[in-house]
Design a protein around this ligand. Structure first.
Ligand SMILES: C[S@@+](CC[C@H](N)C(=O)[O-])C[C@H]1O[C@@H](n2cnc3c(N)ncnc32)[C@H](O)[C@@H]1O
Length: 207
């Protein structure tokens, strides 16, 4: 149900600052906020660890990760299906003085031919695709990845479903470790770490 992201992508970003509808939900609001801030921090730590100079940001939203990465000298290709989110990402890059290293594209990932890069980042996008496999297949030339995928069967899954699908109208996928290894079979050296309701998935890096 990707079209619902046209407006939702910008609304989603309010959660980082503790805003939007989600902030009004006791316990769940702060829990979700902490989760996405942790995701961003982990992504930036992995960026440093893998030493990527060019990255792809799948479902880049308003460009939080992309601009933070560009501020570290990294070249970023950011893709999002939401035109308003991409407009905000471009503005953010301009304000931060890193427009020359940020290439934002309004596009459905299914239709993108990805350029050469050192790593791709999926901060909460692939699991919203009806089938992420064709997109992952188009990314197999990229040596490193960082992804964050909802854990199948977590005890909080019903709450996640209530918020995301019942309240926001967005379908999404959940994964077991086996399903993640199957989806990412092009990457034999994966590290998968369970944290809260998600699995953090990265390629192994030296050190
Ligand atoms: C949960 S938000 C995460 C945004 C950002 N990565 C972050 O962590 O702040 C998911 C993002 O994926 C984008 N998205 C969903 N389906 C997409 C698709 N088929 N192609 C491109 N972007 C998509 C949405 O527009 C939205 O910005």
């Amino acid at each position: 149900m990707t079209t619902s992201w046209e407006k939702e992508a910008v609304v989603f970003d309010e959660i980082y600052e503790g805003g939007g509808l989600v902030a009004k939900i006791p316990l769940l609001g702060p829990f979700i906020q902490r989760g996405i801030i942790e995701r961003q921090n982990r992504a930036l730590a992995f960026l440093q660890a893998c030493g990527a100079r060019t990255i792809l940001d799948l479902g880049c939203g308003v460009g939080r990760l992309a601009v933070a990465a560009a501020q570290q000298g990294v070249t970023v290709y950011g893709y999002d299906i939401s035109a308003p989110a991409i407009a905000q990402a471009q503005e953010r890059a301009q304000k931060a003085g890193v427009s020359d290293r940020c290439h934002f594209v309004t596009a459905d990932l299914l239709r993108v031919d990805f350029p050469q890069a050192d790593a791709w980042f999926d901060l909460g996008c692939l699991h919203y695709l009806p089938d992420p496999a064709p997109v992952v297949q188009k990314l197999s030339h990229v040596p490193h990845l960082f992804s964050c995928l909802p854990m199948k069967g977590h005890w909080l899954s019903p709450v996640h479903y209530l918020y995301r699908t019942v309240l926001r109208g967005q379908k999404y996928l959940e994964f077991s470790e086996t399903e993640i290894r199957h989806l990412l079979a092009a990457y034999p050296h994966l590290q998968i770490e369970a944290s809260g309701m998600v699995y953090y998935v990265t390629t192994a890096v030296a050190g």
